[in-house]
Every structure is written in C-alpha cells, then in structure tokens.
Ligand binder design. Sequence first.
Ligand code: PLP
Length: 397
Amino acid sequence: MATINTNYQKLQAGYLFPEIGKRVRNFAAANPAARIIRLGIGDVVLPLPAPIIDAMKAGVDEMARKETFQGYGPEQGHEFLREAIAGHFRGQGAEVAADEVFVSDGSKCDTANIQEIFAVDNIIAVTDPVYPVYVDTNVMAGRTGPAENGRYGKLVYLPTTAENGFEPALPSGHVDLIYLCSPNNPTGAVMSRASLQRWVDYAKREGAIILFDAAYEAFIREPGLVHSIFEIPGARNVAIEFRSFSKTAGFTGTRCAFTVIPKELCARDGAGVPVPLHSLWNRRHTTKFNGVSYPVQRAAAAVFSPEGSKAVQANIDYYMENARIIREGLAKAGYRVHGGVNGPYIWLRVPEGLTSWQFFDRLLGEANVVGTPGSGFGTCGEGYFRLSAFGFRENVE
Ligand SMILES: *Cc1c(COP(=O)(O)O)cnc(C)c1O
C-alpha cells in the first residue's frame, strides 16, 4: 500500500478560522437580531479601482483578437510587468533588476514553496506570533519535530511582543533561514531600519538567508521606514523578498504577486560550494508554474501607472483611516493598542485576567464584533487580539 508523508500528521489542526466561524454561527443563531461586524478577516473589501479594471478589460480584449492573442507567456512573468516592478523598487531606493523578479499567483504560495530549494536539515527561525504558512510548510517538509504545547521541535521561535517593542531579538545560536514579515501580520508593527541592518549583518555572519515578506509595505505611512529589505546595505547577498498585489491593490480574488531573488544570492551545496538561489528558484518556478493569466498581469502593471497608483493609494488611505479610527477609539476606551499606523492590523492587549479567546467571546457577545484571538498566531500572541482595518467605514465607526 502507498504510504503518506507522515510529516503531515505532525500538523496541528488549522483550527483558528474554523473555530471563529463556528462561534460566530452559534452566536448568530442564538441572537438573530444582532448585527455582527466582522473585523477578523485579512481580506480587502473595496472593489478594484477603475484604472486597474480598464487594464484588465483591455487585456481580455487582446485575447479576443487573432492579432493580439496571448498563449503561454514566460513562466517568470511578462517583461512589461517585471520592468514595472523593478522600476517601482528603484523608486523606493532598492536595487532590483527585472530578471530578478518572479511573478506568481500569490505570496502565500511563494512563501510556502520557497523552502523546497533548501535542504531538509536547515534550522528555521520564525517570529512568535507568526503568519502560519511559514511554519506549516516547514512542518510538511520535515524540518521540525512534533508539536508540544503549541510549539514544534527544532523550530527556533523569536518572541515578538510589546516587551521588546515588536523587534525580535537575534537568535542566541545559529539558524539558516529566517522568516521576517514587516509590516507585520498580525501585530501591525514595522521593523526599524537599524534592526533590519542587524538581521542582515547576522545573516552575513552566519551564512543565513532572510525570507522577507513585504505583503503590507504599501501601508507604511511614516517617512523613512523600510519598504524593501534591499534598501539595507548587504541585503542582496542574504535576502529574498516576497510582495503581493493582494492587500496593496485589492487582488485577493484576482491573484498576482512576485518574489525577488538577487542573482548574487547563494547557499551552499553538499560539498560546500555556493550555488545561486536565483537559478534554483528559476528551475522550480518554470517546472511547477506556467505563469499568471495575461489580463491579470496587465491589471497588475496598471498598479504602477500614474492613475493606477493614485487609485490604489486612495484605497489604502481608506483602510488606514479605518485603522486610525479603531486605534484611537480603543485607546480612548483605555485599551493598550499597537499597530495600525503603518500596517492595516491593530494588535490590542486584552483586559487583564482574560485570555484571547475569552475576550473574543466577550467582544462578540457584548459588542457583536468579530476579531481574531492573538493566541491563534502563536504562544506569544496569548493576551493579544487582532482587529483588521479591512472593513467598510460604517462598520468600523
Ligand atoms: C495576505 C498575506 C500575503 C499575501 O497572500 P497572497 O497569496 O498573495 O494573497 C502574504 N503574506 C502575509 C503575511 C499575508 O498576510
């Protein structure tokens, strides 16, 4: 009989969102008159702006004519989009070439798949709390021991809490791969330039690779903060960056993202010889992926046009005004709140004596508001609660 990948049996049931759904359904059934406000989701609500939709429609029209029809495109993405992305990085003070950009159908897949090009005995560091994709995919690949008290063996957890200003400390020992997400989901915090420089220096010293998830970089409001890891001197030798059009431009249902791998970035093979990760990822990507739909790539390129970027910025402004309203309202009500200034998530301290789940039940029961218990993102998330700025203004108010 065929046998399974038993690493899957180590996975803790992904019970956070199903459990939230169950509790909300039960509450709604018992309280049919209650108007439930959902601020738990990490999904956008505003429709795609007109310049983006127009570009998508123009792409569809091209598909309808013999002269402009497109079949398979380059797996790595069309030149027009890769060039536009590279130009955007240059505008942010980061050196990225168009052929270092790999266009894909999502950052979830990219951050999940990247571990494939690394050996199974690499030591992995993640922050706690964490976006669960980084952890679960390494569990599936066999890079962890079994879970005990919510933590997997062999994984190095980096506590990221109010006590350390949401700046994870460097590991005390050696690690090979480090997942960092800034602005952060779920805490809404942005890592400082100085701390990112410390991470780049650590990676250089230890021969480690930083996997930098910048899915929320477009939400940074304050000047001087780091949008791309490649703004940091030395990062091109130690880092991979992931970005997505999902939250930035409302593409969660449209699907487009990209990964940047600098050509000089290397990891060692079994004989200790440095191998460029760009060529490995190119091999993986071209073997397992056949490109993003042409009209979607046209729509994505429009995000960088003057009209497109203005429209996208207006949507981000809308969400960040939501964030301000939530943050300031809660602070006035006496809550300790974090995030919500340079990222679309508000990370609040639950009242003394309550767990994250107890607060979830109380908020749902008394205010009819749905959020996400911080403990669902890791042990260090206990005592915290995530509210999302992705909602309609009237609900937020
Ligand atoms: C939403 C999100 C992404 C983007 O996922 P897509 O697959 O591109 O929609 C990536 N990383 C984090 C931390 C996210 O919250």
